[in-house]
Structure formats: C-alpha cells, structure tokens
Design a protein around this ligand. Sequence first.
Ligand code: ZN
Ligand code: ZN
Length: 260
Amino acid sequence: MKRTITAILCLILVLGAFTSCAGCGKHPTDPAAKGHDYLPQWSTNATHHWHDCSDKTCTAQIDKAEHTWSEPTLVKEATVKEPGELKSVCTVCQRSKIEYVEFKGFDASFWTDLAKASNYENYTLSENTVAGDVYASALYYFTADKVYLTSVNVDTSEMTTEEVGEATAERLRSYYTNFLGTVIELGQKCEYVLISRSFASSESFDVTVDGKAYKISELKIELDDDLKVTKLDFVMTDAENSAVKYDYSFSAYGTTVKPE
Ligand SMILES: [Zn+2]
Ligand SMILES: [Zn+2]
C-alpha cells in the first residue's frame, strides 16, 4: 500500500512539473492562471484596435474594440486629374484612414480663366448654319492679330478662304470670344457630366446675341492634360424659328497650321 501511495505521489509531482512550469515562467501553459504582460502600444487592423500580449507565442488580447473615427478632414482637393482625399483618425489608437472623393467641379477662377479671350488664339471656329433646307458652313481661324474665313458657297459648293482683315479681325475676335465667354459662363451654372476630361450638359439655356433670342443646348467642353480647352461644341437655335440652327465648334488648330 505504501508503495502504491509513493508511486502516485511521484506521478503527480512529475505531471505537475510538465503542466505548470511555474519554476521558470517561460512556458506558461495555463495563461489564465499566470496572467499576461500586455504591450502598451495598440495593434490594429482596418476595423479594430487591441493590445497584444508581449509574449509573441501567446494569442491573448485585451481592450479589443472598433475604431472610433474622427470627423474626416479634407487633406487633398479633388482635381480633374486625381481624386481628393479625406483623412480620418481613430481617437483611441491614432490609426488613420483615407477615403477618396470624386472630382465634382471647378471653382470660379477656373471658369474665369477658361473664358479669357487669349485662350482662343490659334483656334478654329466652325459654324454650320441650318435654316430650313439651306445649309451653310463657315470656318474662322483666329490668330493673334487676324481672322481668316473659309466659307462654302451654298449654290456652287465652292470653298474660299479669305483674310477678313485686322480691324474686322479684332471685331470678330472680340465678338466670338465674348460670346464664347458668355457660353462658358452659362455652362458653369449647369449640371455637368464628367466623362474623363470632357464635360457635357443636357440642359439648355436662353441667351441673347445682338438683341436676338436663342437657345443654347448640347454644350460640351473637352480639356487636355494641362486643362486647356481642346474642343467646345454647342448648338444655338433661333428662339422664334427652331428650323434655324447653328452648330458651333471651337477647336485648337495649333501654331503650325495657317490658312493660305
Ligand atoms: Zn500572454
Ligand atoms: Zn482605433
């Protein structure tokens, strides 16, 4: 009997040495009983923060909770080239997150710059007039000091290009660029659909040119990488006679192309 008791006691001692490892403390197999030494810094993922146990082999965590995000602040304005960035910071663990905001529109100064007459030197203005059955087409080339006009004779289909002359050029340039400015100003007020770098509006608006009422529709503006206008199209319809329509198109022809 005494042998049996001794054997059992020995077994308990041996097993006890394996399960507790209380002597060295390096390999606690019963963490709940031993307790943990948690890291002061937060561990985080996209949704939560918590404190990990300093023992890398231990998976215990405390204070696990969802982030409490601050009010987002705009750290980068959206541009036509890149989306804007809204930054939020967790008030507990300081982890930050970025949300992207789409470009919604230009500010007033962009539109003011766009409407400047000097932007439309070396531009072509094509004017297609539809009045009942009569269709006429004209192309104006604007240089810094002159305007050239290419027109098509409706009866003979003959095409001619002529220098409109400096004085007239000034007047024409002023007329068209001021008119263009009006169109752009009107465009600024309407809802735009941003498709890559082009803007299109399905709205129409009323405009008065030389005392006559017109309706402008199908306005579309295209921009290049430097946000310069490469194309601007719109349709102008006589308010009193919708059969009379003008398709206008401004586009850059560059400095190398000059009409003969
Ligand atoms: Zn631990
Ligand atoms: Zn957090």
